[in-house]
Design a protein around this ligand. Structure first.
Ligand code: B1M
Length: 230
């Protein structure tokens, strides 16, 4: 039996367990991630802390080795699968706030891009904060965004892009909204690892959101301003 087989996750203290979660995420061990998430919750960790301090941080480490050519797509897919297992446990806990509806957001990853973990996280946190969220998934052409905004009578458009090659597509969406005369009908928020504030301004978005928590705060802020104008 290997040392790994002997490891009893519930016997680790919090710091050791979080370090073990980084390893398990790295190795795509979805069952172990699920078990550890449940252990931390039983130890009265806040769901948001489990998400950010264990899962998101673990994925950041995966990203570094992916960038450096130490991990490859199949391994990163396994890691992403493990991350999603953990997020599935946390989702209902993050959402059960019972807050009144603050507004409606349509969100999706842009055309050519299949990264969805960050977008899912934003959707989860927005729902948790009391927004209604319509998630269009990945690889969205401009037509899909516009159709959903109209059909759903949304207040906010959220776009996510993780690749430097796909982030310019956000401008295509915003330019099409301008051409159709509907740009100012919606609050446009953008996010994703390669973006920054300057890019958000340059493409005509209302705001760039560094992470899910900032997305929630920014959306609340804009909705408050919108209501004050009415
Ligand atoms: Co991809 N990938 N990937 N990948 N991948 C990156 C993005 C990369 C930075 C890795 C690297 O080289 N270090 C790199 C991009 C380089 C670049 O463009 N400069 C890269 C590459 C190159 C690729 C491929 C091209 C690899 C290949 O095929 N050779 C390929 C592209 C596929 C495609 O999309 N067409 C590819 C594929 C994949 C997988 C499928 C294996 C997998 C995705 C699985 C999935 O999402 N279901 C994957 C993963 C997992 C990553 C990394 C490792 C992790 C991304 C992630 O989930 N992060 C990533 C490295 C990295 O980002 N460090 C990488 C965790 C997540 C919580 O953070 O998504 O940033 P993030 O979301 C944050 C904020 O950005 C923000 O809030 C979130 C939560 O706080 N945010 C928003 C995000 N969206 C928002 C929207 C908003 C607001 C805030 O709207 C309002």
């Amino acid at each position: 039996m290997s040392e790994e087989d002997d490891l009893i996750l519930s016997e680790l203290d919090d710091d050791e367990l979080v370090l073990q979660m980084f390893d398990d995420l790295y190795d795509g061990m979805a069952d172990e991630i699920a078990e550890s998430v449940n252990i931390l919750l039983e130890r009265k960790w806040l769901p948001y802390d489990v998400l950010t301090k264990a899962l998101v941080e673990g994925m950041r480490i995966v990203g570094i080795d992916f960038r450096d050519g130490i991990l490859f797509v199949p391994e990163v897919l396994l890691a992403a699968g493990a991350m999603k297992r953990g997020m599935k446990i946390l989702k209902p806990l993050l959402i059960e706030s019972g807050a009144p509806q603050l507004g409606k957001m349509v969100i999706g990853t842009v055309k050519g891009d299949i990264h969805d973990i960050g977008k899912n996280l934003v959707a989860m946190m927005m729902e948790g904060a009391g927004f209604e969220v319509v998630d269009l998934g990945i690889n969205n052409p401009v037509e899909d965004y516009l159709a959903a905004l109209k059909a759903e009578n949304a207040d906010i458009l959220g776009m996510s892009a993780l690749l430097t090659t796909t982030m310019p597509y956000m401008k295509t969406v915003i330019d099409t909204m301008i051409a159709e005369g509907i740009r100012d009908d919606y609050i446009v928020l953008v996010g994703g690892a390669p973006l920054n504030e300057e890019f958000g301004k340059a493409i005509g978005a209302d705001a760039y959101c560094r992470d899910a928590a900032v997305a929630v705060e920014t959306a609340k802020d804009y909705m408050a301003r919108k209501h004050n104008q009415l």
